[in-house]
Write a protein that binds this ligand. Structure first.
Ligand code: BTN
Length: 320
C-alpha cells in the first residue's frame, strides 16, 4: 500500500493520533503503525510521541503527478503520458515494460525511489527516497541510430537550461552529458536505444538529479545537490521535474528537426574538459581537450594528431 496519503496528512507538521490517521485513510491503526515504520526505515523523520501520535519532523517534498502536469506548457502536457511512482526498480526499465505493454507517445516515468537505479558503465545510481529526481523519457524518434549522435549532449544542455532558468548558476557539462559544478556532479544521464540503424529509433533517456541530498553512502565520485549549491533558494521537486520534462521534450523536438548544430554553441560554452589534460578510461588515449565537433564527438589533441572520440566509445577524465 502506498505511504503517500499518510505522508500527505503528516506534511502539516502537526501531531496526528494513530486513530485519526486510521479513520481518515480508512485503514486500521496497525496499518498506520506499519506504514510509519516503513517510512522511518526509508529515512523519513517521523517522531512517535507516546500517548499522542505521530509528527513529521522537518518538511517533506512530495512528488505529485497533477502538480507536475499543471506546470507543463500545454503543447508538452498534451503529448506526455506522465506516471509518478512511489518506488520502482529503475525508471528506465519501467519505460521498456510500458512499451512491451503497447503504450506509445512520449512516456515519462518518475519515481520517489529506485531499488535498482543504474548509471553509465554498469554503475549503481543511489536513489534514496524523498530527496532527488529519478525520471525517464520514452520516445520514438524518426531518426535511426546512425543520426542520433549528439542526442546525449542535447539532453545535457536541456537540463542545464531548465535549471539556469530557475536560478542555478555556474553549471558545466562534462562530455558527454554529466551536469557538473566545480563542487561535484549534480545530475547524470543514461540513454538506452532500441530500434534500427536507419529509419526510426526508440530512445529511453534517464535522468538522475540531486535535489535535497546532503549526505549519502556508496557514491564513488564527488557529488553535490541543488540544496547544497544554492541554499538560499527553495527547490521543489515537482517544479524542477516539470521544468526538466518541458526542456528535454522541446530540445529533443528541435534536435529531430535540425540536428545538433543549434546546440553546438551552448554546449561549448559549458564545456568543462576544454584545454584540460585528458586521459581515456583505459589509458589508450591522452591529450588536450579541444572541444566538440559538429556531431558532438569530443576532440582530443594527442601526440599523433587530433582524435574525435564518439560518445559511448570511451569515457574521458581529467588527468590527475
Ligand atoms: C550516470 O551514470 O551519470 C547516469 C545516471 C542516470 C541515473 C538515472 S536515475 C533515472 C534513470 N533510471 C535509472 O536506472 N537510471 C537513470
Amino acid at each position: 500500500m502506498s505511504t503517500k496519503p499518510l505522508l500527505g496528512l503528516l506534511s502539516d507538521g502537526q501531531v496526528h493520533s494513530g486513530e485519526s490517521l486510521a479513520a481518515e485513510l480508512g485503514v486500521s491503526r496497525t496499518a498506520i503503525w506499519k506504514q510509519v515504520g516503513r517510512l522511518q526505515g526509508k529515512g523519513v523523520a517521523i517522531e512517535t510521541i507516546r500517548g499522542r501520535g505521530y509528527r513529521l519532523a522537518g518538511s517533506v517534498d512530495l512528488l505529485d503527478n497533477d502538480t507536475i502536469r499543471s506546470r507543463l506548457p500545454a503543447p508538452v502536457s498534451d503529448r506526455v503520458r506522465l506516471v509518478v511512482l512511489d518506488e520502482v526498480d529503475s525508471t528506465n526499465t519501467d519505460i521498456s515494460r510500458r512499451w512491451r505493454q503497447g503504450e506509445d507517445g512520449i512516456l515519462v516515468t518518475l519515481a520517489d525511489t529506485q531499488s535498482a537505479g543504474r548509471g553509465r558503465r554498469g554503475r549503481v545510481w543511489q536513489s534514496p527516497p524523498g530527496q532527488n529526481l529519478y525520471l525517464s523519457f520514452g520516445m520514438q524518434l524518426a531518426r535511426g541510430f546512425t543520426s542520433l549522435d549528439g542526442l546525449s549532449l542535447v539532453v545535457g544542455c536541456a537540463i542545464a537550461d531548465a535549471l539556469e532558468a530557475m536560478g542555478a548558476s555556474d553549471l558545466g557539462l562534462k562530455w558527454p552529458n554529466d551536469l557538473v559544478h566545480e563542487r561535484g556532479k549534480l545530475a547524470g544521464v543514461l540513454i538506452e536505444l532500441q530500434g534500427e540503424l536507419e529509419g526510426s529509433a526508440q530512445v529511453i533517456i534517464g535522468v538522475g538529479m540531486n535535489i535535497h541530498m546532503t549526505a549519502t553512502e556508496g557514491v564513488d565520485q564527488p557529488w553535490t545537490s541543488l540544496d547544497l549549491l544554492y541554499p538560499e533558494q527553495t527547490w521543489k521537486r515537482n517544479a524542477v521535474a516539470a521544468a526538466v520534462v518541458a526542456s528535454v521534450v522541446e530540445s529533443v523536438d528541435r534536435f529531430v528537426e535540425q540536428g545538433f548544430a543549434p546546440f553546438h554553441a551552448q554546449w561549448a560554452r559549458r564545456d568543462t574538459l576544454r584545454a584540460r589534460e585528458l586521459v581515456a578510461a583505459g589509458g589508450e588515449l591522452q591529450g588536450l581537450g579541444e572541444g566538440i565537433d559538429d556531431a558532438g564527438n569530443y576532440l582530443v589533441r594527442t601526440a599523433e594528431g587530433v582524435r574525435a572520440v564518439h560518445a559511448g566509445e570511451i569515457s574521458l577524465r581529467m588527468r590527475s
